[in-house]
Design a protein around this ligand. Structure first.
Ligand code: PLP
Length: 428
């Protein structure tokens, strides 16, 4: 058997093996449509009887090649790109939960996902129960109902930076016969591969570290291929009973555990909702992925250096960085991410909101942006920006206090970032 390759090699080489005389770099297939000799040839594609391309809203070779790289990096069996991380999380849940269904989610998740779940998907008739990321096994069990279809959480929560106990969440999900969906945006497969810890579906906002250069908004969904839909056929009729819009195909039968989830999400959700990624964006994402493992190492080193500096500073009231010794998530961080977490540090500036704003305005290298996980350092005050729709109680439930500053360390020199922070703190 071929030896399993190290993640560094998969980042660079995964997903694309050109044949003799073919382009070394992934070709950009900038075409909406594909030509066929007969209507019958194309008909087979529409019926999912043959694989191939006919319209780039559903599938495109450049997007599929980049999805295959992400799939290999996560150790999955099938993957797809979406237009954004929001679309990826929406598809991942909506692919198995309909009106009248229920989903359990960690409360420490990205503000946009919290709003998607608690407002927009609620309007669609799907109920969510939010649990603490540190919930005990009993507390997790108590959140489940007979109509629960999935458990959802983030490896490292944005912006609360809690580390999820993936093994525990997977165990409880599987005891209730539902998959665990993990948003792995902040850890990236360079530092954590949730499928190896029991997660079933992994999602990404590729906009963040994967792209890594603030270039393209995008998302991805990866199926680990381990969840047995047929063993829980009554709970997941969308995968285990015939789809009338595809001449009665039953996805779980035709495409197996390995391919059913992504085929259904492509054939139904992408067909009908159309949140597809452009081939050009996918190509740029592919370039970013080639250096992900190198960048993550530097992001983490800078994050740790900045966290240590802040923790010893008199004007800082608290620091949250899971790999900082003494952090409440230190043990979980070491277990799930032995090579490092990510470059995002959250902290409180003494003097609250006003001091935090003065501090951020004083920074010269790090820019104030809603963005995070970029090669360039950036920072944000979530309570007055990304999370401003949330009440104080909801903010607290997400682990976001009013004084929280989220500082995303780029891949500049740590000494320069610290010098910049030092002079900005001196001004308040
Ligand atoms: C940014 C983010 C999202 C949303 O992704 P977009 O690409 O902005 O749509 C989802 N989850 C996490 C953890 C994120 O950081």
């Amino acid at each position: 058997m071929e030896k399993k390759q190290h993640i560094d090699t998969v980042c660079v080489q995964g997903g694309y093996t050109p044949g003799n005389g073919e382009p070394r770099q992934i070709p950009i297939v900038q075409s909406t449509t594909f030509k066929y000799a007969t209507g019958e040839d194309m008909g087979k594609l529409f019926d999912l009887e043959a694989s191939g391309y006919f319209y780039s809203r559903l599938q495109n070779p450049t997007c599929d090649t980049v999805a295959a790289k992400i799939c290999a990096m996560e150790g999955g069996t099938a993957a797809m790109l979406t237009s954004s991380g929001q679309a990826a999380n929406f598809f991942a849940v909506f692919n198995i939960a309909n009106a009248g269904d229920h989903v359990v989610a960690s409360s420490a998740i990205y503000g946009g996902t919290f709003n998607l779940f608690s407002v927009t998907m609620k309007k669609m008739g799907i109920d969510f129960t939010f649990v603490s990321p540190t919930a005990t096994e009993e507390e997790l069990h108590a959140a489940f109902r007979p109509n629960t279809k999935a458990l959802f959480g983030e490896t490292i929560a944005n912006p609360a930076l809690n580390v999820l106990d993936i093994e525990l969440f997977a165990k409880v999900a599987h005891e209730h016969g539902v998959p665990l969906i993990i948003d792995n945006t902040f850890a990236t497969p360079a530092h954590c591969r949730p499928i190896e810890w029991g997660a079933d579906i992994v999602t990404h906002s590729t906009t963040k570290y994967m792209d890594g250069h603030g270039s393209c908004v995008g998302g991805a969904i990866v199926d680990g291929g381990n969840f047995d839909w047929m063993a829980h056929a009554e709970r997941f009729p969308g995968l285990t009973t015939p789809d009338d819009s595809y001449h009665g195909i039953t996805y779980a039968e035709r495409f197996g555990k390995e391919g059913a989830f992504i085929t259904k999400a492509t054939a139904q959700l992408m067909r009908d909702l159309g949140t597809t990624q452009s081939p050009m964006s996918a190509f740029i994402l592919g370039l970013g992925l080639e250096s992900l493992h190198v960048r993550m190492k530097k992001h983490f080193e800078n994050g740790l250096a900045v966290a240590k500096y802040l923790a010893a500073h008199e004007k800082i009231s608290w620091v949250k960085f899971p790999a900082l010794e003494g952090d409440e998530d230190y043990a979980l961080a070491k277990k799930y991410m032995p090579n490092g977490t990510c470059g995002v540090v959250s902290f409180g500036v003494k003097g609250g909101r006003a001091a935090a704003e003065k501090f951020m305005t004083g920074l010269r290298i790090a820019a104030i942006e809603t963005h995070v996980a970029d090669a360039r350092s950036c920072c944000l005050h979530p309570a007055s920006t990304t999370h401003r729709q949330l009440s104080d109680a909801e903010l607290a439930a997400c682990g976001v206090s009013a004084d929280l500053v989220r500082f995303s360390c780029g891949i500049e020199a740590a000494e320069d970032l610290i010098a910049d922070i030092e002079q900005a703190l001196a001004e308040i």
